[in-house]
Design a protein around this ligand. Structure first.
Ligand SMILES: *Cc1c(COP(=O)(O)O)cnc(C)c1O
Length: 390
């Protein structure tokens, strides 16, 4: 084979040697403004000194230990996360899809423990993305991800995103839980209306279903609040986190409210690596920065400024851009040209962005961007759009 790596990605012809804050440097030393952040993962930018210090300090003490022992870093990180939301306990994983797998198992086991084992189905929404395992692609329900990987894992139903009446109608005697992204990422930066989330909360209360949020992409400060659902006032029973939570170290978490957490008794679930001391040192260091005074407020302020600038951009280039979407630093430019063309043009001008569903270009920069990064991004976006107007 041409490459010894499985050909699952259409990769851009570019590789990076190092990163610093909001910038990446390729092997020729060329600098790129990184508005992709490894798909919303490098929330504190590259080589953040506090994270580097935490990683190297823990790296010289203890990397890994089994979950058959106490891991104090887990207690600390779980306490700090659950204190910031209405949830009570956390299970740590290495990825987003594993956090979701834990959520799926909690949903089934919760209903089982209530004496309703027939309730095992999870309602999800059009345009959703819940990872790439067999259950993850069944939950996401997208044909292009499921094709050729049948039979589809049983137990997932889908309903239109944002349509409360349809969700209500889709709940049946076998429904165990509802799973939703407060802001769809891969689906094209689609923000759920707060009234939709509140409505789902009420439906779950009415039928004793678990309301589960996938905040793998939209959580961890990305919207200017630690969790995206805080904007809606509708609290979940279960929440999956990953991406930004480790700032680039592979880490995820599934948080649950006490009544759901307590069904996961010894032996019901496990992981070898999840929550190991190295991951916990980095996760706690990420939170040190995110929870420091003023950090999230600054994210919100920068995001408002960026949004304002981007709506001007959309007005200036009506044949290239259709609309601006999103919240906080999770923004999308819906394009009138193929989104890949804009991503490529940006890259050629030294800026990285990520394509998304619905012909959207995602702008998901590190949360540490400042006004000069925003000005540089706008200049580059203007240049790229002008070029495409050609
Ligand atoms: C990235 C993502 C996932 C999958 O996370 P992995 O770490 O790739 O398994 C799941 N849900 C959402 C919303 C995501 O953005």
């Amino acid at each position: 084979m041409e490459s010894a790596v499985l050909p699952t990605y259409a990769r851009a012809p570019l590789s990076f040697e190092r990163g610093e804050g909001a910038y990446l440097f390729d092997e020729d030393g060329r600098r790129y403004l990184d508005f992709g952040a490894g798909i919303a993962v490098c929330a504190l930018g590259h080589a953040h000194p506090h994270l580097v210090a935490a990683l190297t300090e823990q790296g010289s003490k203890l990397w890994h230990n089994s979950n058959v022992f106490q891991i104090p870093g887990q207690e600390k990180l779980a306490r700090r996360l659950t204190e910031r939301c209405a949830l009570d306990a956390a299970f740590f994983t290495n990825s987003g899809v594993e956090a979701l797998e834990c959520a799926f198992k909690i949903a089934r086991r919760y209903q089982y423990e209530q004496g309703r084992p027939e309730r095992y189905r999870i309602l999800t929404f059009d345009g959703a993305f819940h990872g790439r395992t067999l259950a993850g692609i069944a939950a996401g329900g997208q044909d292009k991800l499921l094709k050729g990987f049948g039979p589809k894992v049983d137990g997932f139903d889908q309903s239109p995103f944002g349509d409360l009446a349809a969700a209500k109608a889709a709940i049946g005697p076998e429904t165990a839980a509802i799973l939703v992204e407060p802001i769809q990422g891969e689906g094209g930066i689609r923000v759920a209306d707060p009234a939709f989330l509140k409505g789902l909360r009420a439906l779950c209360d009415e039928h004793d279903l678990l309301l589960m949020y996938d905040e793998v992409q939209c959580g961890m400060g990305r919207t200017g609040k630690l969790f995206a659902h805080e904007w809606s006032g509708a609290a979940p029973d279960v929440m999956a986190l990953a991406k930004g939570i480790g700032g680039g170290f592979p880490l995820g978490a599934c948080l649950a409210v006490e009544k759901a957490a307590k069904v996961m008794t010894p032996g019901t679930h496990g992981t070898t690596y999840g929550g190991n001391p190295l991951a916990m040192a980095v996760g706690n260091a990420v939170l040190d920065v995110m929870l420091a005074d003023g950090f999230l407020e600054t994210v919100e302020r920068r995001a408002n400024h960026l949004r304002q600038q981007l709506s001007g951009l959309v007005d200036r280039h009506p044949t290239i851009l259709e609309e601006l979407r999103g919240q906080g630093l999770m923004l999308g430019l819906k394009c009138r040209v193929p989104n890949g063309d804009l991503v490529t043009a940006l890259r050629e001008h030294g800026m990285l962005a990520i394509p998304g569903g619905d012909n959207v270009v995602r702008l998901i920069p590190p949360l540490i961007i400042n006004e000069s990064h925003i000005a540089e991004a706008l200049e580059t976006l203007d240049e790229a759009c002008r070029e495409l107007e050609g």
